[in-house]
Write a protein that binds this ligand. Structure first.
Ligand code: GRF
Length: 201
């Protein structure tokens, strides 16, 4: 299945998708970043994947940025759009256009800790468990139907960094697995609910 991956940073999730691409039936046609400095762009180049940088600071509105982003995506006609650490709020016009085929990974056990600094917030809240969620993207930020989650225990001496590292290990396993379900045609979105093999998740 043809896909486009959107990133803003290190791209370790992108790397796990690249490494698993054959196994999960994914052809990454392009990687798009809103930041020129994103290390993930180098990872893409090393894998011979075309890259695009669209600097959001050069646009006067979210709508204009999203329009160019959408045009860039559409030239590849992807069947799946993967947000792998893409740190931009998207307009409803954009998210609605790709509903049912756009996925995001978020480092918390949603609906807990939507938004930023999830690891520190989980520590501050005294959580005993933390983790990662993969969800369909809708126009609600980090609020689309949840598909799958992985959990880690919070340890007494955890810092936000140590916790983030353990969560990332889980991210790198979970995201390719969910993408695989979709490339196999097993995962769908109906009436704001995710289904795997016809069963509501
Ligand atoms: C990950 O924790 C992801 O869940 C979040 O941003 C981080 C991106 O990391 N949305 P990377 O760029 O994939 O290394």
């Amino acid at each position: 299945m043809k896909g486009v991956v959107l990133i803003s940073g290190s791209g370790s999730n992108l790397q796990s998708l690249i490494d698993n691409a054959n196994h999960i039936g994914l052809e990454i046609e392009a990687v798009i970043s809103n930041k020129e400095s994103a290390y993930g762009l180098e990872r893409a180049q090393q894998a011979n994947i075309p890259i695009h940088t669209i600097n959001h600071q050069q646009f006067s509105s979210r709508e204009e940025f999203d329009q160019i982003l959408s045009q860039t995506i559409d030239q590849y006609q992807p069947e799946i759009i993967i947000l792998a650490g893409f740190m931009r709020i998207l307009t409803p016009e954009f998210t609605q256009k790709y509903t049912g085929k756009m996925f995001n990974i978020h480092p918390s056990l949603l609906p807990k800790f939507q938004g930023l600094n999830t690891h520190q917030r989980a520590l501050d809240a005294g959580e005993s468990e933390h983790g990662v969620s993969v969800h369909f993207v809708t126009d609600e930020l980090d609020g689309g139907p949840i598909i799958a989650q992985s959990r880690v225990n919070v340890l007494a001496d955890d810092s936000a960094d140590s916790l983030a590292k353990r969560v990332l290990v889980e991210e790198h396993k979970l995201f390719p697995e969910v993408v695989h379900w979709f490339t196999q045609g097993r995962l769908t979105l109906k009436d704001s609910q995710a289904f795997l093999d016809g069963q509501a998740l």
